[in-house]
Design a binder for this molecule. Structure first.
Ligand code: B3K
Ligand code: ZN
Length: 850
């Protein structure tokens, strides 16, 4: 096994930095394999520090020399950094190091992507660029000189001078090193302008590789909308004269909010109707907003330490979801977010990787950029807003910005502005940040003499290293419906604070039908025994769009579980109910498309496991297929009608209305394709003038087993477009039969266009494998084997992406003994790999357990 177990870092061990930084001057002499980095940093002792050790982080740097106040020193250098004797007064530290961007395949620090220099410093990548106190509570004002022959050379802040072979940038806003960025290369820009409400003229640019300039217009519009929205809704203005976005092809995640110089995975900014789906457009809009919003929630107010990551991420995800709700449809956004939360965060919260929204320890912080920190973190903000009300939320945010601008903060700082504004004690609410796990909320009810009572009890199961859980405050939004479907009690928020608690409603003429947890008012699992008739009633009558959708979802889930467990036939109540919703023209098409969606294989496996059963991925897949077939047979006529009615004749626009119509038409096409062998899909594939239509048609053809010609045609048409080819890799694996999933992934990994060094292509291939449960969990174990083979190959090149993708195995304890043994063998094989990275070691160890 491993040489030495990597050591965890604890929140409780936090100490303030010994020295603070005032000014930072950096000079980069760019060269692909020998870049010189010359730093000159003004330090001063921190009066609040507990010690006086001068330590600078630094990893993989070739040390050339260092000086303090102009006098050469011989520091003590270790693999983690540098120590030196320093004066007990302000001083200047200078260092010269050499780094090799061309050899940097980890994509952290300064690296090359397609001949262009770029950086990724969050969380701890700056230490791979030069010696520095690489922690977010040390903030400095950066001036950067870049020397090289690239036509475009960018860094944070405003451009001071540009000349032949050099460029100088100055960022007036003090920032932690994780927000530093540098980009240099042969880039072209899509320029625009924005005038802030106080009159600042901001130059906006999206920088791309030559040839991609036609793919920036939508991203630019999204940026301007985000800037306006943040002014209008949060009163936040942009604070520099220039805002640059750069698209790079090799990137470990979606995008990065570096001050004034956001760097984006090209898949999250480039778009055209021909190459991007409606879902891609929506995602691009949201990510551009997210990174832009970080300028205030993250950059102007940052995190004291990485345990506080949710302070910026949870809040910024919450803000970007508000933005999307305002730009598009709020109910559709909420439903989509809950689908995603359950699929990723509930899965995490109920397995070996469960951790609090604010973790108490970590080995490698990059492993904590999780659905829990981001998405559950955002849910906590939503709950807080519901508990205090909109006006108090706005006041608390104003106070937060006013009080903490320019600071590195904690969750305590965040909660205390709410306590001050509202006078509430948020000690119990804080448990949501500190205790991992998804609460189970059980409900029963009774009705006596005009009084209807809901009895709630809450319980959170134990999670790793947290056996004992305490009752949390849970905002439960409830409405009541009368037997005729009228609302007899409008939505009100019940505040549950105890383990068991009851709430009554008086003066009712008859027993109402409750609509509980409207708008998914808390991230909990609601458990309530109820009938299909009641679910169908709520699907028909609930005025809360989330619960209306949820009722249909529950009908589908219950029916599928009966099919899996008892071999039951497809549920007639579900088929009737869904027919009614699909044909209800008063409902938004996007909502109807969501209502036609079915729980995923993984969601069903999770539900079965919750109920104490061992899920069989093969049987789950068969049940879903059987239900899809039955549904197609049952409503083929209606599907044809929906398909015809929701064709969009206007020129393509990626807005919510058109996207909703296409989503519904394509849901109908999927049903029709099960009946006509793909004939209509083949027509749509031929005539499609946008990627949404083309991809949906190809996907239907693949599922109908009639995709071969389309697969070839799709490749021939798009072989020059790397982002579309990612879809080509992915979809073939997703729609392979479970027998062929692993083999298809392994075969595509030998395709000339496969590139292990490109995270997008790697994820398109092996992410697709791990997200196809019936194929991934094939009883032979070949799915596990293929994934482990490739993770072992990727780890020495890119630990971050490898570690993240290990989470494919996180659900292993749900399955039967045979599958568990097969997975454990693969986890052990990964852990036994000589030289395995700290990132992957931590993830595989936590997943495997003892
Ligand atoms: N803050 C970055 C994520 C950095 C991930 C480092 N492993 C993107 C974002 O959340 O906006
Ligand atoms: Zn973020």
């Amino acid at each position: 096994m491993k040489d030495a177990a990597p050591q965890p870092i604890y929140l409780s061990d936090y100490t303030p930095p010994a020295y603070l930084v005032d000014q930072v001057h950096l000079t980069f002499r760019l060269s692909p394999d020998r870049t010189r980095v010359i730093s000159k940093i003004g330090f001063r002792p921190n009066p609040d520090a507990q010690g006086r050790e001068f330590f600078l982080h630094g990893e993989g740097l070739e040390f050339i020399g260092a000086m303090i106040d102009g006098i050469e020193i011989s520091p003590d250098i270790t693999p983690e950094g540098l120590r030196a004797e320093v004066p007990d007064a302000p001083f200047t530290f200078e260092a010269e190091v050499e780094i090799n961007p061309a050899a940097n395949t980890a994509l952290e620090g300064l690296y090359m992507s397609g001949g262009m220099y770029c950086t990724q410093c969050e969380a701890e990548g700056f230490r791979k660029i030069t010696y520095y106190p690489d922690r977010p509570d040390v903030m400095g004002v950066f001036t950067v000189r870049i020397e090289g022959d690239a036509p475009v050379m960018l860094s944070n802040g405003d451009a001071i001078t540009q000349g032949a072979g050099f460029a100088e940038w100055h960022d007036p806003w003090p920032k932690p090193a994780y927000l530093f960025a540098l980009v240099a290369g042969d880039l072209v820009n899509h320029p625009d302008r924005f005038t802030t409400r106080s009159g600042r003229e901001v130059a906006l640019n999206i920088w791309v590789r030559p040839g991609d300039e036609g793919k920036c217009a939508f991203g630019m519009e999204a940026l301007k909308k985000s800037m306006t929205w943040d002014e209008e809704v949060y009163g936040r203005e942009y604070d520099l004269d220039i805002f640059n976005i750069v698209a790079v092809d090799d990137f470990n995640m979606g995008a990065m909010e570096n001050k004034g110089l956001n760097i984006f995975n090209s898949s999250c900014v480039l778009s055209t109707p021909e190459t991007s789906t409606d879902a891609n457009f929506e995602r691009i809009e949201a990510i551009i907003a997210h990174e832009y919003f970080h300028n205030w929630t993250g950059n102007r107010i940052t995190c004291r330490d990485w345990f506080q990551l949710c302070l910026k991420e949870g809040l910024t995800v919450y803000r970007d979801s508000q933005f999307t709700s305002d730009m598009r449809s709020a109910p559709v956004k909420r439903i989509s977010d809950v689908i995603d939360l359950r699929a990723r965060q509930f899965r995490e919260d109920n397995g070996p990787l469960a951790h609090p929204v604010r973790p108490a320890s970590f080995v490698e912080i990059n492993n904590f950029y999780t659905a829990t920190v981001y998405e559950k973190g955002a849910e906590l903000i939503g709950m807080l807003k519901r508990l205090v009300g909109d006006a108090a939320y706005a006041q608390a945010l104003d106070l937060y910005f006013e009080r903490h601008d320019g600071e590195a903060c904690t969750i305590e700082d965040w909660l205390s502005v709410f306590e001050e504004v509202t006078g509430r004690d948020l000690a119990q609410f804080k448990r949501w940040y500190e205790e991992a796990g998804t609460p189970r909320l059980k409900v029963t009810d009774d009705f006596r003499e005009g009084t209807y009572t809901l009895h709630f009890s809450q319980e959170t199961p134990p999670t790793p290293e947290q056996e004992e859980k305490h009752p949390r405050v849970i905002p439960i939004a409830v409405g009541l419906l009368g037997a005729n479907g009228d609302e007899v009690q409008k939505t009100c928020v019940l505040e549950m604070t105890q383990a068991k608690q009851s709430f009554s409603f008086d003066g009712l003429a008859s027993r109402p039908i409750p609509s509980i947890l409207r708008d998914f008012s808390a991230p909990v699992i609601l458990e309530r025994e109820t009938s299909n008739a009641e679910r169908a009633f709520l699907l028909a009558h609930d005025t809360d769009p989330f619960n209306k959708w949820e009722a249909g979802r529950a009908l589908a889930r219950e029916g599928l579980i009966a099919m899996v467990r008892e071999g039951a036939a497809p549920d007639a109540a579900y088929l009737d109910a869904i027919r009614m919703v699909a044909r209800d023209e008063t409902l938004d098409p996007a909502f109807r498309a969501l209502a036609l969606g079915l729980p995923s294989e993984d969601e069903l496996a999770q539900s079965l496991h919750e109920m104490g059963h061992t899920p069989d991925p093969q049987i789950i897949w068969q049940a879903l297929e059987a239900l899809r077939n039955a549904r197609a047979e049952n409503i083929e006529g209606l599907a044809r009608d929906l398909y015809a009615r929701h064709q969009v004749s206007a020129p393509y626009r990626p807005d919510a209305d058109q996207a909703g119509a296409r989503a519904l038409a394509n849901a109908a096409l999927a049903m029709i394709s099960r009946m006509d062998g793909g004939a209509l899909a083949a027509k749509q594939f031929e005539s499609a003038d946008n990627m949404t239509q083309q991809l949906a048609a190809w996907s239907c053809l693949l599922q109908a087993g009639a995709g071969e010609a389309a697969t070839r045609a799709f490749y021939d048409q798009w072989q020059e477009d790397r982002l579309v080819i990612d879809k080509w890799f992915s979809l073939q694996i997703v729609h392979a039969s479970p027998e062929d999933t692993a083999d298809t992934a392994a075969r595509l990994a030998t395709h000339p266009d496969f590139n292990i060094a490109n995270p997008n292509r790697f994820r398109a291939t092996f992410g697709a494998l791990s997200m196809s449960p019936a194929g991934f969990h094939h009883a032979s174990g070949k799915g596990y084997r293929v994934l482990a083979d490739w993770l072992i190959r990727l780890d020495p090149l890119n630990p971050q992406t490898t570690a993240r993708m290990c989470s494919a195995f996180e659900t292993w304890r749900r399955y039967d003994q045979q599958r568990q043994t097969l997975i454990r063998t693969e986890l052990d094989r990964i852990l036994d790999t000589p030289g395995l990275s700290r990132d992957t070691t931590e993830m595989a160890t936590r997943i495997r357990g003892v």
